[in-house]
Design a binder for this molecule. Structure first.
Ligand code: PLP
Ligand code: COI
Length: 368
């Protein structure tokens, strides 16, 4: 566990809300938070300009942003974001998981979207300052957390198409229970064969809003077909598994080895994915990162070689996949019980995140 706190390069000013939710209102929300529906009393903000660099780091009351209608984010989609969580441990302390990896990914996303890169120390400090201010919003019931959503937008008022010279970074926070309505029960996923979220040389490896906008119509198709997530294929050959709309994918073989699509340049490099690979290897599982076709999944399930599948991500944690469906075919069984290895890995990850197990890789960072 990493409890060091180096001095950040900018000091945060704190402007507390004069109208925070009452303790009763907060307790009602925390008793049934759902996902992404309620927000805490404060937010973090840092401004950037080409002349001043990052400046004016602050915690301010949660509330609407004032944006000039010509702001570049509203026209050319220069927006990137992150997702990570704060976990309350049994002793009341609050921790987050691998924030340096989220900071590094936000920097990679920024460089792809021509936005300024926020230094890692400021990213981590923004999370710390916000969670310290809104610590009462971190729930303590099993499987709950405070979901943190850092994001950055271009906010220069200019309609020429070029990288904006003004930007802002914010963090908002939302108490969270399970992402899927049915909790950790197996989900069905839908194979999108016509529409892709990302292409070669595109922004698939960046966490930018546009990728999610591109996933909404296929996600709707998934939902119309009784599935909770959409699975995308590579856009060049339309053959290789990539990832789901908001999660990475793993298959488990009967010999206990794991398979996951290799990072292709159009897949988001999930921090949960990397952590699962490490935890699985720690537990003696072989993990292969390589190209996997839909055919290989179908044949593997038919022959009994592929016995489990799961999705993983910050919001979804580890969610078993019961079935893959597409036009005219279905693989697996929607009523199949959650896989054993899937659930063991889920337990290993959440035990570490909630402080119930040691943290041999030093992934946890104390916030409060
Ligand atoms: N893939 C996509 C498209 C995502 O939106 C996410 C969620 O952030 C992931 C994968 C998983 O990433 P992580 O484990 O870092 O949350
Ligand atoms: C996350 O897991 O943090 C994501 O961004 C996924 C999103 C679908 C909520």
């Amino acid at each position: 566990m990493n409890t060091e706190s180096a001095q950040p390069s900018l000091a945060f000013s704190i402007n507390r809300s004069t109208h925070p939710r009452s303790a009763e209102e907060r307790a009602t929300i925390l008793a049934k938070p759902g996902f992404g529906q309620y927000f805490t009393d404060h937010m973090a903000a840092i401004d950037w300009s080409i002349e001043q660099g990052w400046h004016d780091a602050r915690i301010q009351p949660y509330g609407p942003l004032q944006l000039d209608p010509a702001s570049s984010v509203l026209h050319y989609g220069q927006e990137i974001f992150e997702g990570l969580k704060a976990y309350r441990h049994a002793d009341g302390s609050i921790w987050t998981f691998r924030p340096d990896a989220n900071a590094a990914r936000l920097q990679r996303s920024a460089s792809r979207l021509a936005l300024p890169q926020l230094p890692t120390d400021l990213f981590v400090e923004s999370i710390k300052q916000l969670v310290q201010t809104d610590a009462d919003w971190v729930p303590s019931a099993p499987e709950t957390s405070l979901y943190l959503r850092p994001f950055s937008i271009a906010n220069e008022s200019f309609l020429g198409v070029r990288a904006a010279q003004r930007a802002a970074y914010y963090v908002i926070a939302s108490p969270a229970g399970a992402y899927f309505a049915k909790g950790v029960a197996p989900v069905s996923i839908w194979l999108s064969t016509e529409l892709n979220r990302a292409g070669r040389g595109g922004t698939g490896a960046a966490k930018c809003g546009g990728n999610y906008a591109a996933s909404l119509v296929p996600q709707q198709e998934a939902s119309d077909n009784g599935c909770s997530q959409v699975l995308f294929l590579d856009s060049v050959e339309g053959k290789y598994l990539e990832e789901l709309g908001g999660m990475n994918l793993f298959l488990v073989r009967k010999d206990g080895s794991l398979l996951t699509p290799a990072l292709s340049g159009s897949i988001l490099e999930g921090i949960t994915r990397a952590s699962i690979i490490q935890l699985a290897r720690d537990r003696g599982h072989e993990v292969e990162e390589r190209r996997i076709t839909v055919e290989e999944w179908r044949e593997g399930v038919a022959s009994g070689d592929i016995v489990e599948a799961f999705a993983c991500g910050t919001a979804a944690v580890v969610t078993p996949i019961g079935q893959l469906k597409g036009h005219g075919f279905a693989i697996g069984n929607p009523d199949a019980p959650a896989g054993k290895i899937t659930m063991e890995l889920r337990q290993a990850l959440t035990d570490l995140q909630y402080g119930r197990a040691p943290d041999p890789h030093g992934w946890l960072v104390r916030l409060v």
